[in-house]
Structures are given as structure tokens and as C-alpha cells.
Write a protein that binds this ligand. Sequence first.
Ligand code: UDX
Ligand code: UDX
Length: 461
Amino acid sequence: MQIAMIGAGYVGLTTATCFAEIGHEVACHDADSERIRQLETGELPIYEPRLEEAMRRVVASGKLRFSRSGADCVSGADVVFLAVGTPAMRDGGIDLSQVEAAARLVSRWLKPGAVVAIKSTVVAGTCRRVREIMAEERQSLDFSVAANPEFLREGSAIEDFLCPDRIVIGCDDRRSASLLSEVYRPLTERGAPKVLSSTPNAELIKYAANAFLALKIGFINEVADLCAQTGADVGPVAEGIGLDRRIGPSFLRPGPGYGGSCFPKDTCAFAATGRDRGARQFLIETLIERNEKRKAALAGRVIAQGGLRKGSVVAVLGLAFKANTDDVRESAALTIAPILQKAGLRVRAHDPKAMTNARQWLRDVEWADTAYEAAHGADAVVVLTEWEEYKNIDLGRLACTMSQRVVFDYRNLLDPRAVAAHGLIYFSLGRPPVSPAGKSTRGRVSALAGTRRRVAAPARD
Ligand code: UDX
Ligand code: UDX
């Protein structure tokens, strides 16, 4: 089939490449012509594992091409996907201006009988709105609008596309149901489950799924804090919870608070829709507040537990909102690093992929080429992203290069006993503390801190 993709961001680019991989002829357009120029020269504007090789392959085979012209991209397509941004507005509601602009562009060139499928995450009623906009723009045009939300996690987006838990197709007519089912036939034939429903149902499935996943993370984060206070270990607790098939094991890893381009904005939009429509989502409203407070509270713990003083150096390892991506949108580091700086600490930062993006957001940070360079002479190390390279860090080398030897592992990446065996003072999330001497770290760190003029930690929430 002939497919057009509007938007060459994380989702558009990965999806366009994967559609070409499963045999379709795909043309991809982006309003940012510089981005298209880059792509035409084979340069990727984002980092996503396996994407570069896959893209090269499908471009070489002629299945995927990039186009600066909307007309050229759209006019031959049977299905046009919209994968443009849907950012949050100040009040938490969703800004649909990019979707509306893309709908106007598409309506000019769409061939009769074609389907416009919205991939971007949009609130219930957006398909209807897009249909109205397009009908106003080109009154005689015969077309359909469908919702086809994406469920791609950055870092494993290709795998998520090719082996999805389900494909959600929201259609209000037979034509779009049939054309979209045809688009995904190579995957459904291999056993991918398909959920065929109405457009408002599909729109809501996406929001409710992301809100629920975010809720699981918020829940385990609070359970981790409870474990820390009760001598329990969140690892086995999460495992024990997750083995119940009604709960499931995924999204139960405690961390510094969820981030990224989706959960923060999708939970806000979900809550805003609830407020607008008189069906408040109280659980999600609380979750949003708790998630933000968590990032600040963890910064406070570094200050309070690390025995740090003004001018102390903190090495922040991990700036991306999760591993295997260069994306820093809403990442914990962007909140935590400035709080540490405000408390008078020096922040040195490292990330294997996300430093270029992070530089646009963080000021007065010392940038390090390696984790060891960041930790050199540092008083504390704070791990914020679960990169494999940090998991495999040489603890002996880390211990030798640091000054005060306190490690805050906010992804529970490291083995507490191995860390303690190297003489490091270790704090993780919801796991019993282990000191270098095998005793509780609490006394040890306050003793360490007692001789210094410590900086004040922000008030506990
Ligand atoms: C976006 C949405 O924000 C998200 O809600 C949805 O689920 C998937 O699509 P992402 O791919 O991460 O996510 O967005 P981004 O990386 O910002 O890419 C959007 C692209 O659309 C940009 O390259 C932008 O230039 C392009 N765009 C925007 C257009 O091509 N046309 C427009 O009119 C507006
Ligand atoms: C999310 C959705 O999972 C995906 O279906 C799509 O809708 C886009 O949005 P993404 O934001 O790329 O994907 O990453 P995801 O793996 O969902 O992680 C989101 C955030 O939650 C990250 O900050 C991550 O570190 C955090 N997280 C995730 C945890 O803290 N603990 C977990 O157990 C899982």
C-alpha cells in the first residue's frame, strides 16, 4: 500500500521505517525542511536503537523516501498518518494546533477515498474535529478519519512496532476499518492482536493505558519509600506483586519519577479532559503532583543524606528520561540538577547519548566525557538513568576516583553488597541500606556530615 507519514519525530520516523520494513511504499514529510534535508543525507535527527540500520535498508530498497513537499508526499497515498506533536498547554490541556495544521495540509492533496489516521496521542473527539476541519477545507472530498494510537517506547520502539501487545484501530466507517486492517495485515497475520473499535474509544484507550502505566510507577515509587521505612526490599516486593497475573510484572521498577515526552503530558491531558467533562480523574491528579514532588524530594535526599556542603561536587550520571534514548524531555535530571545547584552544589554531568540535548536545558553544569571523569573528585554520585554502562561501572575505579564516596542509585541498578564492598556509602530506593562496614549507613553518614557546614535540604514534602 501507499502510505504517507506527516511528522518525522520519534514516532513518525520509527513508524514510517517499520511500515516500509513490512512491505509498504512510504513517503515521509515534515514541516521542518532542515529535518528532511538531514534525513535525505542519511543523517538521523534522533537516537533510537536499530533505527539507523533499518532506515538505511528501506531507503536503499526504495520503500521509504523523504519529501519536502506535502503535495508530493500525500497525493498518492491510500492512508496518511499524522504523527505530529501534541504538547501540553499551560493548563495541562492538549495543544492540537499541529494536528490541525497537518489536517489542513493533508486535505489539500488527499486523493478521494483515502484515510487519514491519527497516530499522535489526542483527546477523545479529535478525530471528529479533524474531520470537520478537512471538510471545511475541501468540501467535495470523500475521505475517512481514523484513530490509530502508537504504543512505542523510546529505546525499544522498533521492537514495540513489530511485536505489539495489540494494534488499536478506531474507525467510524467500513472503509477506514478495511484499509487500516490491510496496513497492519503483515503483523496481525503473525499473531498481533487487533482491537477494532470506534474513534473515541481508540482515543481514550491510549490515554487510559498511559495513565494506568504511570499510576503503576507512582505506586511502586511510594511502596519503595515504605520499604525503606520498614526494612523491606522493594525488589522482591515488586516481584511478589507482579507474579499475580492480574497485576503483571512490568512498570514496577522504582525510579526518580516518570518522565519523557508522553507520560507527563498524557497524564495532564487525561486529568484536564476529566475536569472539562465533569468526570475528574482524582487518582491521576494526585499522581501528577506526587511525581513532580518526588523529583524534588530525591534532590533533597542527596543534600540531606550526602553530608554535602556548599561547593561540594555532585556527579549526575544519566540525563535522558530513560536508557537507550537521547531524549531528555521531562527527565528527572532536568529537575534534580538545578535544585542541587540552587543549594550551592557543583554539578558535573554525564550521559552516553543525551548530553547534546541536555545542554539546551541545563546551565552552569560541568560536562564530562565519561562517568569516571564526572565522578573524579566528586563528593557524591547520583545515578538517574538506567544505562547498561552505569550498571556495569567499575566500582573499584569509581571508589578510587571519588572524594567523599557517597552513591545515590535512583534506579536500583547496582548490587548494594558489591558497592559496599568497595567502600562506598550507598543509598538506593526501597532497599535496606548497606554500609562499607555492613552496618546501617544512617549513622555513618551523619557522622561524616557532622564535621562539615552542611547545606540545607529543601523542606520535605
Ligand atoms: C508525537 C506526539 O507528541 C505524541 O503525542 C504522539 O503520541 C506521537 O507523536 P514525537 O514523535 O515524540 O511524538 O514528537 P516530535 O519528536 O516532536 O515530532 C513531531 C514532528 O512533527 C516534528 O518533527 C515536527 O517538525 C513535525 N510537524 C509538526 C510537522 O511535520 N507538521 C506540523 O504541522 C507540525
Ligand atoms: C511511553 C509508553 O510506554 C508508550 O506505550 C508510548 O505511549 C509512549 O510513551 P516512553 O515514554 O518512551 O513510552 O517510555 P516508558 O518506557 O513508558 O517510560 C516512561 C517513563 O517511566 C520513563 O521515565 C521511565 O524511566 C519510567 N519508568 C518506566 C519507571 O520509572 N519505572 C518503570 O517500571 C517503567
